[in-house]
Design a protein around this ligand. Structure first.
Ligand code: BTN
Length: 327
C-alpha cells in the first residue's frame, strides 16, 4: 500500500523533513500521486507540515487505530503475515475462527475498533466499546499437542507484560491464567481457543483485549473498580498505533520461540518476574467447588500449584483465583 510506504518514509525521517520528489522516486510513483495519497491521509486525521524547500513532515497522527500507521511501524516482517482492521465485528476471535475455517493462510491477525459480542473466559462478556482500547486476535496453525495450550497463554501473558512495561511507568503483572493486571486491577485479558484434530492442534486463535486509552470515567459501574487502562497509569494517551505495531512484532516472535520450544528458560525467568500470585493465599473456584491454598507457581503444563493446609500440593488446570485478604 503506497499510503503505508509514504508514512514509513515520513516516520523514518522524523523529526526531519522528506521531499515529495524523494518519496516519489523511492516508491517509483509520480509526485502527484504522492500528493494525492497525502490528501487522503489528511482526510483520515493526519497532519503534515509542508515547506517548498524541505518537503513534508508529519506533525500529527490519528489517535485511533489506523492500519497504514501500524504497518508503517512494524519492525519485523514475516512472510505472508497480514492483518485486518475492522470498524466493528462480533468478536475478533470468532472472525479469526471463521477465516481459518474458510482457508485463509496463517499467521494473520484481526483487530477491531469495537466488538458487539466480545467474549472472555467462562463465556463472560468483554466490554468492547470504541473507546481507544485494543481488541485483537492472532490466528496460527501450529502443529503442537493440545496440552501445550495453557503454557502458550502463560507465555503470551509474560510477552504482553514485557510489551506494556515499555509504555507505562508501573510494572504489570500476570494473574494466572489469563489476566494482565496492575495492582489488582485488570488492564487486559487473553482468550486462547483451538480446534483440535486427532490429538494435534489444527488451528489456534490467541485473543487479547487490552485497555489502552479508555477514560477512567467511561467504565460501566460493575467494572469501574476492577478495570484500569494504560493511559490512567501513564498519565496521558498511549500511542495506540505504535503499541499495536510492537504487539504484532512481539506476538509473532513469541509464537515462533514457542513452537520451536526455545522459550522455556526465558519463560521461567519472566514468569518469576511477573507472576502476581506466587506465595499468596488464594481460593481457586472450579465451578461450585472451592480450593484454598498457597500458590507455589505453575508446573510444566501451566497448571497452578496450590499447597493446602495439610501440606499437600495439587495442580489445577482451570479455575478462577481470588487472593485472600492479607494473603
Ligand atoms: C478474559 O479476561 O476473560 C479474556 C478476555 C479476552 C478478550 C479479547 S478482546 C479480543 C478477543 N475477542 C474476543 O471476543 N475476546 C478476546
Amino acid at each position: 500500500m503506497t499510503e503505508t510506504h509514504i508514512l514509513r518514509e515520513l516516520i523514518a525521517a522524523e523529526p526531519g523533513w522528506v521531499s515529495g520528489g524523494a518519496i516519489a522516486s523511492k516508491l517509483g510513483v509520480s509526485r502527484v500521486s504522492v500528493w494525492h495519497q497525502m490528501e487522503k491521509l489528511r482526510a483520515q486525521g493526519f497532519e503534515f507540515e509542508a515547506q517548498p524547500a524541505k518537503g513534508y513532515r508529519l506533525s500529527s497522527r490519528p489517535k485511533m487505530l489506523h492500519q497504514g500507521l501500524v504497518e508503517a511501524q512494524l519492525k519485523i516482517r514475516r512472510k505472508g503475515f497480514t492483518f485486518t482492521l475492522m470498524d466493528e465485528v462480533d468478536s475478533t476471535n470468532d472472525e479469526c475462527a471463521r477465516q481459518l475455517a474458510a482457508g485463509r493462510s496463517a499467521p494473520f491477525a484481526v483487530f477491531a475498533l469495537r466488538q458487539t459480542k466480545g467474549r472472555g473466559r467462562f463465556g463472560r462478556a468483554w466490554h468492547s466499546a470504541a473507546n481507544g482500547n485494543l481488541y485483537s486476535s492472532f490466528a496460527f496453525r501450529p502443529r503442537i499437542a493440545p496440552e501445550r495450550m495453557q503454557t502458550f497463554t502463560l507465555w503470551m501473558g509474560v510477552t504482553i507484560c514485557e510489551l506494556v512495561s515499555k509504555f507505562v511507568p508501573v510494572q504489570p503483572g500476570v494473574k494466572w491464567p489469563n489476566d494482565i493486571v496492575f495492582e489488582g486491577r485488570k488492564a487486559g485479558g487473553m482468550l486462547t481457543e483451538a480446534r483440535v484434530d486427532a490429538d494435534e492442534i489444527r488451528d489456534l486463535v490467541f485473543g487479547l483485549g487490552l485497555n489502552v486509552n479508555s477514560p477512567a470515567a467511561g467504565w460501566p459501574p460493575e467494572l469501574a473498580k476492577r478495570a484500569v487502562s494504560l493511559s490512567e497509569l501513564s498519565g496521558g494517551l498511549v500511542d495506540l498505533n505504535r503499541l499495536t505495531a510492537a504487539l504484532i512484532g512481539r506476538v509473532l516472535l513469541a509464537y515462533e520461540r514457542f513452537t520451536e520450544g526455545d522459550h522455556v528458560d526465558l519463560f521461567a525467568e519472566l514468569w518469576n518476574k511477573y507472576d502476581v500470585l506466587r506465595g499468596k493465599d488464594v481460593t481457586l473456584s472450579e465451578g461450585t467447588r472451592k480450593h484454598r491454598g498457597r500458590v507455589l507457581g505453575v508446573d510444566d503444563v501451566g497448571s497452578l500449584l496450590l499447597r493446602d493446609a495439610h501440606g499437600h500440593t495439587r495442580g489445577f488446570r482451570a479455575g478462577e483465583v481470588t487472593i485472600e485478604k492479607g494473603g
